[in-house]
Design a protein around this ligand. Structure first.
Ligand SMILES: Cc1ncc(C[n+]2csc(CCOP(=O)(O)OP(=O)(O)O)c2C)c(N)n1
Length: 803
């Protein structure tokens, strides 16, 4: 353990700072107490607070500079108050789910309480000068999930420090001096991603300072069920930096109620992280939880009386108060007076937050009630309308949904009546629907000028000299020109550096651009993606590689929970424009040929999912994404690297628009909708069908998210009247996803002459070998047969059944 030596003065803080710290700790405690009351009285739905964890957060705030980043969790309110990135009014606004950015700048009411965030973007989606901000990345609820992004937040400092070309990006970094602070609860250190992240930070020598708030419990489960030896400091000993070693952490262990020791520990830890780039871990033990884990239950149910008595005695607020008085920084009376003042202030801010939240909702209710009164005055259903109105007005604390529901019920009652005020109600309903769409559903994707959907289309250019090359060489040329063009582009993944990836897309590029631009990583899919997220939040443009599509599942949770929700959960407050690169669909064996597309497509709304059929298409998509500020996943076709394609002359510039399918072969009998590796199969089947007079139109959707934004597939269906969706996913998977879009959203139903069909893979994973593949996934024979069957059903004389 790293030794903490106290300064002779007991603490380096000045008397004024000590009183200000006491004020913040007390204020934060009041916020927790009052917030709990608000939940118990029904004004807020749920509450989770930072009581018992205040003091170490004060110490952490002292060493947190502008330009630094936090990646933490729901206990960190005191830290956020202390750095001035959160007001008590904002805290209450989030507690009430006030759906307004002015009130809750972290999430505009979209996140539950204590999910903290600062805004990195201006309202037009451009970056602020992050070196002038205290930066807190937006919290998520899954425990431990703040850790993967911490890897990238910290590593970015090293890149800004060591890559010369990046040093002009002064809006993002002051020569890499920034520290990334992580916080995590003791119980969540049992999660795999904690260990993966700590290891990755150590390997990358990334300047992170990780704090573990240890109160011996994870809700009701005590440390003996969480950790070997019940002591995270002991487990972390192996990560401790040895003298003269150039890797490893400085690990500190300090009691959470001991103000001078905490201040000293953080001062020493931050100094070594910032000045020497030695990552540090501060294990803060003997913390308490005075009000229990959350408002969902009471801790008396699972803590012994002895533990409860100890918690009352060692409560960090109680201990701090004793220390302040003992060292004569203030008298009892002075602290009583200060507490009185703070209590009043907190109560005032609560009232203010409540008024700000409830007033517009009540005035919307008043509007509806007024229109309902007018309708009741003339309607045949006056009694029922009046009843709806008075029921609405009798709700003590209404929600917006109450007014909307009342309006909808009234509209149903007067549906056959011609009443002028009915139109007024209809208008109110429509305008509110629009407002609430914006309030709750905007910013799933970038709404800035750099949205991937706004990237100008640049056609690929071919000349008589354009060489025919292997697919991997197309990617190789593309990545090289991207790395030359933009120093922010950093590529990494398993075998990406020295080998240039297992299929050689980056071959030779580490030699040309150095080990920091094109790097190998350990086998750590979650933190490869987390690393990319954190780096992108600091202005870099990572291309993170997951070696095979099947292993993307390791990182899918973080893609889904953190990356895909990012812009939405902050209502455009921050972004992480990363590209996740992988390869899949076609090879052999259960874990090298999967195509779990529906799982992915349905879990990562908020990202783009691109499924190029060849490497030229892939190159175009890389260019499009690299010019946009949306995150995307590009899945290359595994058997495409060794196929030959013509290299566009402008391989580093041409772009392919997202959401625009391409017709690969025209035909008037059946529309065949597919993507990726099955395009080739569909084309081969089409050739055979053509020989017996059936002309199928083969459509490559190209991108699954977004999907056919111009409804091109509908155009094809209008011509053919028959449609089949083919892919390698499970039945009910992505074929069903595509069918829902075309038949329901695009209105394809009206143009069908035959029942629509899907031709997916089997529900099991693909069996091994060529025969296993043949009987597991759609093949040319099956596509031929399925289309022939459709033709046979509509014209049995021309196409007699032969099955
Ligand atoms: C992945 C995941 N599993 C379970 C939960 C439910 N849960 C919320 S908090 C918590 C306990 C966390 O304990 P700890 O990490 O010690 O932090 P503390 O709340 O004590 O500060 C659990 C199990 C969750 N949010 N996420």
């Amino acid at each position: 353990m790293t030794e903490i030596t106290l300064s002779p003065m007991d603490t380096t803080s000045t008397p004024q700072e000590i009183i200000a710290d006491y004020r913040t700790v007390f204020r934060s405690r009041q916020v927790s107490l009052i917030s709990r009351r608000e939940v118990m009285s029904g004004k807020a739905k749920f509450g989770i607070f930072g009581d018992g964890k205040e003091l170490p957060q004060i110490a952490m705030a002292k060493v947190f500079h502008k330009g630094d980043f936090r990646s933490g969790y729901y206990r960190d309110q005191t830290f956020m108050f202390a750095i001035g990135a959160l007001t008590t009014t904002e805290f209450f606004a989030q507690l009430y789910a006030h759906a307004d950015l002015e009130a809750d700048p972290a999430s505009a009411g979209r996140s539950m309480n204590a999910h903290f965030a600062t805004r990195s973007l201006n309202s037009d989606g451009t970056w602020k000068d992050l070196t002038k901000e205290f930066n807190s990345t937006p919290d998520i609820s899954p425990t431990g999930s703040q850790m993967p992004r911490l890897v990238g937040l910290a590593y970015a400092s090293r890149l800004y420090r060591e890559i010369e070309q990046l040093q002009t990006l002064t809006q993002f970094s002051d020569n890499g001096k920034e520290v990334a602070f992580g916080t995590i609860g003791n119980a969540a250190t049992a999660e795999g991603m904690f260990w993966e992240s700590v290891n990755a930070i150590g390997v990358l020598k990334a300047p992170a300072l990780i704090s573990i708030w240890d109160d011996c419990y994870g809700i009701s489960v005590s440390s003996e069920h969480q950790l070997v030896k019940q002591d995270i400091s002991r487990l972390l000993e192996g990560f401790q930096r040895e003298p003269d070693a150039d890797q490893g952490f400085a690990v500190y262990s300090v009691a959470g109620w001991d103000y001078p020791m905490l201040v000293e520990a953080y001062s020493q830890a931050a100094k070594s992280v910032r000045d020497e780039h030695i990552p540090a871990i501060v294990h803060v033990y003997e913390l308490t939880q005075p009000q229990g884990h959350s408002t969902s239950g009471s801790h008396e149910r699972y803590k012994s009386q002895e533990r409860l008595d100890w918690e009352a005695e060692f409560d960090c607020l109680v201990k701090f108060r004793e220390w302040v008085i003992e060292h004569k920084y203030a008298s009892q009376e002075e602290l009583d007076h200060l507490e009185e003042e703070e209590s009043q202030r907190v109560e005032e801010s609560r009232k203010q937050a409540w008024q700000n939240y409830i007033s517009p909702i009540k005035s919307e209710r008043a509007q509806v009630a007024e229109i309902l009164a007018e309708i009741a005055g003339v309607s045949e259903s006056a009694i029922q309308i009046e009843e709806i109105r008075s029921r609405l007005l009798s709700i003590p604390t209404p929600y917006r949904r109450d007014s909307m529901s009342a309006a909808l019920k009234a509209l149903t009652l007067v549906r056959n009546e011609e009443i002028p005020s009915k139109n007024q109600l209809l208008e109110w309903k429509n305008s509110q629907m629009e407002l609430n769409e914006e309030r709750y559903s905007s910013h799933l994707y970038s709404q800035s000028a750099q949205s991937a959907l706004n990237v100008p289309v640049i056609e690929p250019v071919f000349s008589p000299d354009s060489p025919i090359v292997y697919g991997y060489e197309i990617l190789n040329a593309l990545f090289e020109s991207a790395l030359i063009r933009d120093p922010r582009i950093i590529a990494f993944g398993e075998d990406v550096g020295r080998l240039g990836d297992v299929n050689q897309g980056f071959r030779g590029l580490q030699d040309k651009f150095g080990e920091l631009r094109v790097s190998d990583t350990g086998i750590r899919e979650v933190t490869i993606i987390g690393q990319a997220i954190g780096m992108a939040m600091r202005g870099l443009r990572p291309i993170a590689e997951i070696q095979y599509l099947d292993y993307l599942l390791y990182g899918l949770q973080i893609m889904s929970d953190d990356l895909a929700t990012l812009q939405w959960r902050t209502k455009g407050g921050t972004k992480a424009p990363i590209i996740i690169r992988t390869r899949g669909h076609r090879l052999e064996g259960i874990w090298h040929s999967g195509s779990p597309m529906s799982g992915i497509v349905n879990l990562v709304r908020g990202m783009h999912v691109l499924v190029p059929r060849d490497m030229t298409r892939a190159a175009g998509f890389y260019n499009t994404l690299l010019h946009s500020d949306d995150p995307g996943l590009i899945i290359e076709v595994l058997n495409g690297y060794r196929l030959k394609e013509q290299l566009p002359d402008n391989v580093g510039e041409f772009t392919i628009p997202l959401g625009v399918p391409e017709v690969l072969r025209p035909g008037q009998d059946v529309s065949v909708v597919t993507y990726g590796a099955t395009c080739r199969i569909a084309l081969d089947a089409a050739e055979r069908l053509s020989q017996i007079g059936i002309e199928s139109e083969i459509i490559d959707v190209q991108t699954l998210l977004p999907f056919d934004v111009q409804q091109k597939i509908l155009g094809s269906l209008k011509k053919t009247g028959r449609i089949i969706f083919v892919d390698e996913d499970v039945p009910g998977g992505t074929t069903a996803y595509m069918m829902q879009d075309v038949i329901e959203r695009q209105g394809g139903y009206h143009w069908l002459d035959s029942p629509p069909r899907t031709l997916p893979g089997k529900p099991h994973r693909p069996a091994y070998g060529s025969d296993g593949d043949y009987w597991s996934k759609p093949n040319v024979d099956q596509v031929f047969e399925a289309i022939y069957q459709m033709m046979s059903e509509s014209d049995p004389r021309e196409y007699p059944s032969y099955f």
